[in-house]
Every structure is written in structure tokens, then in C-alpha cells.
Design a protein around this ligand. Structure first.
Ligand SMILES: O=c1[nH]c(=O)c2[nH]c(=O)[nH]c2[nH]1
Length: 314
């Protein structure tokens, strides 16, 4: 580890460090025909490598400015984004090949999806050519970490809000003097799914992953896993969702979830002379259950440095 020699009495070493520009908001409009396409991202670039002199001596000879990193994001967007993962890999390979002392880094993106506003006045069933509305609720994200020649990619999403109005229950839990929760075999199960999945470095290295297709497919499998079968607990449902993804995608090694259990409490309508056969609920916003779980193939170690810096999961 690098060491500052300036004072023999107090030797200080520089530990882990990285730096760059955070949350570069870049919108790319592809307009080579009248039918435009939009790619909308927030990109964070952080470089790792030999930056000892900047910290110890005030020598910025190795400090590729954060401003330059921002500009590179915009410059690269000129050619289109493609997928956030491809875009981040491009940035990773650019900075590590352009600047000899940059040995790696961390690049992160969120992508916001837009869909076309329906356009009856244009006579087009498939939506307006250049007017969009923010799609859905979920936000896609990606992280790329490069260390030596190894590129790791973690893809994910936040705030995929889902609800099933039956086929969920919660029974069989231990009871003590503080237990007031009633057992139920028919309740609402609702959550905002945050999920991240890490691809095998081999699949990344051989270029076999189509990130956009994979994202759509994983999202569909997560949704399918949520809907399928009877849920004995949110924990049980998460396992079903992970199983779907890991069975269908051998290139994915592990998957992490953080999911609030958004409680829906049956409202007592008897004061109003009404019954309530599981139809009227109070949607509490807090406190909420917080159910987190990581699933990985048995052959995979549970610790992988690529997860460093990703918060919100256990
Ligand atoms: O799906 C659930 N998992 C729990 O761990 C839990 N705990 C609780 O009070 N309700 C629920 N529901």
C-alpha cells in the first residue's frame, strides 16, 4: 500500500480510494428518422488506480478530472447508449486503456424508461413519434466493476410495485405474550421489489449477454414468480422468484432482494353496520416489514467485491 514518507514520526498509508463524477444526467434522443427514441440515464463514474501523488503531494498529474469523466459520458452518449451495461463497460474500458495508471473503477447507472404517448391525432395506434410519458414505476440500474482484466456486471431494478389480492397467507409463526397478529390464509401481499443480479464474469468476458433482453426477461420472470402459486410468506415468494431467474439464466450467478412487506389491514366496518369479506383494507405506509434475502448458486461464494458500495441489501 502506498505510504507517505514526509513525516517519519507519523506514517500514513492511503487505503481504498476512488473518485469521479456522480449522477451525470444524460438524455440521448435518437432522431435519424421522424420517429425518435429516448435513452435517459443517470451515470456515476469512479476511477481506481495510482492516485497517491494527488493525495500526498498535491500533484494532480494522474487526476483525470471529474469534469472530464462527465464529458466522456456525454461524448459516448453521442453514439447511443444501447444498454446501461454496455455503456458502462465502454466507459470502463476507455478509462483503463486511455490512462495507464487507472487500473479499474466503478461505474453505475440508473435508466428511466419512457413510453410513447398514445397519438390518435397522428392516426398511429403504436403511439406518438416524439412525445413520451415516464413508463411504469420501476427504475432500472446497473453497476460495472473492473479489476485487472475482470469485468463484473450487476444489473437490477428498484420500485417494481406489485400486489396480489389473494393466494397469500401467514400462519405457523411462533407466538409469545407480545403477539397480536392473527393468522390468515387469505391476505393481500404487496411490495416494491428491489432486486440486483450479478452475471458470471465468464459470460461478460465472452460477450454473450444481451443486457436489454436479459433485463426484460429477468423482470418478466420476477413478476411471474410473484404471481405463481400460493405464498406462505414474502420470504417464500422471494425464493420462488429467484428460482425462476436462476433456472432460466445460467449466466446469472446470484440475486439479491430487498422488499418491504406493505401491510394491508382489513378495516373493521362493523361500526357502520357493514361486513368486510376481505374487500376493504387500510394500506399502512409504516411501519412495514422489511424482507431481504440473497440467493446464489451453490457453487458460488457469497462474498464478491463487486457488491461493495451497493447499499440497501443485506
Ligand atoms: O410474509 C411475511 N413475512 C414475515 O416475516 C412476516 N412477519 C409479519 O408480521 N408478517 C409477515 N409476513
Amino acid at each position: 500500500m502506498a505510504q507517505n514518507n514526509s513525516n517519519e514520526n507519523t506514517k500514513i498509508v492511503l487505503g481504498k480510494n476512488q473518485y469521479g463524477k456522480a449522477e451525470v444526467r444524460v438524455v440521448k434522443v435518437t432522431r435519424d428518422t421522424d420517429r425518435h427514441e429516448i435513452e435517459d440515464l443517470s451515470v456515476t463514474s469512479q476511477l481506481r488506480g495510482d492516485f497517491d501523488a494527488a493525495h500526498f503531494d498535491g500533484d494532480n498529474g494522474h487526476v483525470v478530472p471529474t469534469d472530464t469523466q462527465k464529458n466522456t459520458v456525454f461524448g459516448f452518449a453521442r453514439d447511443g447508449v444501447g444498454s446501461p451495461e454496455q455503456f458502462l463497460i465502454r466507459l470502463a474500458n476507455h478509462f483503463t486503456s486511455e490512462f495507464g495508471w487507472v487500473t479499474g473503477g466503478r461505474w453505475e447507472a440508473e435508466q428511466y424508461a419512457w413510453e410513447r404517448i398514445s397519438a390518435p391525432s397522428q392516426g398511429k395506434a403504436e403511439g406518438h413519434d416524439h412525445s413520451f410519458v415516464r413508463k411504469g414505476q420501476e427504475v432500472r440500474n446497473a453497476v460495472v466493476v473492473k479489476e485487472g482484466d475482470t469485468i463484473q456486471v450487476i444489473s437490477g431494478l428498484n420500485d417494481l410495485t406489485v400486489l396480489k389480492s389473494t393466494q397469500s397467507g401467514f400462519v405457523g409463526y411462533p407466538k409469545d405474550r407480545f403477539t397480536t397478529l392473527e393468522e390468515t390464509t387469505d391476505r393481500i401481499l404487496a411490495t416494491d421489489v428491489s432486486a440486483r443480479w450479478r452475471y458470471s464474469p465468464e459470460a461478460i468476458a465472452n460477450g454473450s449477454v444481451d443486457f436489454n433482453k436479459s433485463y426484460d426477461d429477468v423482470k418478466a420472470l420476477l413478476l411471474e414468480g410473484f404471481t405463481e402459486g400460493y405464498s406462505y410468506a414474502l420470504q417464500h415468494t422471494l425464493y420462488g422468484m429467484a428460482q425462476k431467474v436462476l433456472e432460466a439464466h445460467p449466466e446469472i450467478e446470484e440475486l439479491r432482494f430487498s422488499t418491504p412487506n406493505k401491510h394491508h389491514f382489513l378495516v373493521d366496518l362493523t361500526p357502520f353496520g357493514l361486513d368486510n369479506p376481505n374487500e376493504v383494507f387500510y394500506a399502512a405506509d409504516r411501519p412495514y416489514g422489511l424482507i431481504e434475502a440473497n440467493f446464489q448458486r451453490e457453487s458460488i461464494s457469497a462474498d464478491n467485491d463487486a457488491w461493495d458500495g451497493i447499499t440497501g441489501f443485506c
